[in-house]
Ligand binder design. Structure first.
Ligand code: SAM
Ligand code: SF4
Ligand code: SF4
Length: 395
């Protein structure tokens, strides 16, 4: 396995580069301020020291997590992700032949694991729409890190199909599930999700996942000003004492379809303020370096709750996530404009060394830190660039 001390990723790298199709392959986020050389800061250095066995990027962040989008399709139309005005009958989804097959995903996953990945999250679009997803889970669940540890396989879903899939996913080797749910009232949920699905359907999915032992279960709630912030306290109340960790996510400027405005963001501070008015809470230490959610617990022992302050408190310093799009492009940031094509070399018969070097070279040159650079007050950076849609590279 490569180490930090090794010179830059072997001679094959020159050969590998011929497959990179972008005009400027390593300029991952084309935001104006990203061109300023980024100062390395000491929080990032700490992360590198903690994981000195893995591949550091240009800001010394190791490669630890891989999110794999298994489909660009979804059975909901959340206004903040796939608004119906854009994702309607005239929207063109990827043809089946463009999707990575399960065998291709498994092969790439093995290479990412060799470079330090220990956690894989399946996402989308809606991952449970991918036919035979259990077979992919089974393949990935059998993989081990260089240290012999099983790779942790998790999945993020909107929960609509979870009631019928929870047990088969568990049987296939899935460890954890995160379910997205933006409110408890049908009216609010349906407005957020752009659908007529009932909240009860998602709650049944959550119950089935709990019954199958897919835990500890997490529920993610995106909060959008004027639409569902009044559901913060009812959601906290509902999931207290359930063993489920509810996490509130600040509405982010991902993609270009959702018409994001800073005014629509309800900050993590405000969310915590609303919860603490009803239930006293106290902060917990992170479970591990690089954890995106700030952890809190109810002072009366009612369990844990979290906030993901992607907008108001950027965590780029500790971002160890790579993303593999449905059609096999490697993205090194959620807010990237383009990714590096791995499917072409994969399908043209390149060996593992060439593919590994492509991935390693891309990661080692990564300097992404979009959220830190975002002009949160005006959203300037958000408006200035074309960014990839979250449904395509996965949340
Ligand atoms: N369809 C699945 C789901 O909704 O859980 C998985 C894919 S979805 C893109 C992954 C996560 O991204 C969800 O929890 C969703 O709420 C979150 N998400 C999507 N768009 C977002 C945005 N603009 N701001 C914050 N979170 C967002
Ligand atoms: Fe679909 Fe998930 Fe996006 Fe909602 S957030 S539209 S459920 S992919
Ligand atoms: Fe990571 Fe998000 Fe920062 Fe990009 S903006 S580097 S995905 S934390």
């Amino acid at each position: 396995m490569p180490t930090i001390d090794q010179p830059l990723w072997a001679p094959e790298i020159r050969q590998a580069k011929k497959f990179i199709t972008m005009s400027d392959p390593f300029r991952i986020i084309p935001v104006a301020s990203a061109q300023t050389p980024a100062a390395v800061d000491y929080r990032a250095l700490d992360v590198a020291r903690d994981h000195a066995d893995t591949l550091p990027d240009g800001l010394l962040r190791p490669l630890r997590d891989l999110r794999i989008s298994v489909t660009d399709r979804c059975n909901l139309r959340c206004t903040y992700c796939m608004p119906r005005e854009v994702f309607n009958d005239s929207h063109t989804y990827l043809p089946r032949s463009d999707l990575l097959t399960f065998e291709e995903i498994e092969r790439l996953a093995r290479l990412f694991i060799r470079l330090g990945v220990g956690k894989i999250r399946l996402t989308g679009g809606e991952p449970l729409l991918r036919h035979g997803i259990e077979q992919l889970v089974e393949k990935l669940a059998s993989l081990h890190t260089a240290a012999g540890e099983p790779v942790e396989i998790a999945l993020t879903t909107n929960g609509v199909l979870l009631a019928r899939k929870a047990q088969s996913l568990k049987d296939a080797g899935l460890k954890r599930v995160t379910v997205s749910l933006d409110g408890l009232s049908d009216a609010v949920f349906q407005r957020m999700s752009g659908s007529d699905v009932a909240v009860a359907t998602v709650l049944e999915g959550i119950a089935a996942a709990q019954a199958a032992g897919l835990g500890p279960l997490k529920v993610n709630m995106v909060v959008k000003r004027g639409v569902n912030e009044h559901e913060i306290v009812p959601m906290a109340e509902h999931f207290r004492r359930s063993g489920i960790v509810l996490r509130f996510i600040e509405y982010m400027d991902v993609g270009t379809s959702n018409g994001w405005r800073m005014d629509d963001v309800v900050s993590a501070r405000e969310i915590l303020g609303r919860i603490s008015e009803r239930f006293p809470i106290e902060q917990l230490d992170p479970n591990y370096g690089g954890e995106v959610a700030e952890r809190w617990r109810y002072a009366d022992g009612g369990g844990e709750v979290g906030v993901i302050a992607s907008v108001t408190h950027a965590f780029c310093n500790e971002c160890t996530r790579a993303r593999l799009s449905t059609d096999g492009k490697l993205y090194t940031c959620l807010f990237a404009g383009d990714g590096m094509d791995l499917r072409t070399p994969l399908r043209s018969g390149e060996g593992d060394r060439v593919l590994t070097n492509l991935i390693a070279d891309c990661w080692s040159k990564r300097t992404d830190r979009y959220s830190q650079l975002r002009n949160a007050a005006t959203g300037d950076a958000a408006g200035a660039v074309k960014k990839v849609e979250m449904s395509y590279i996965g949340g």
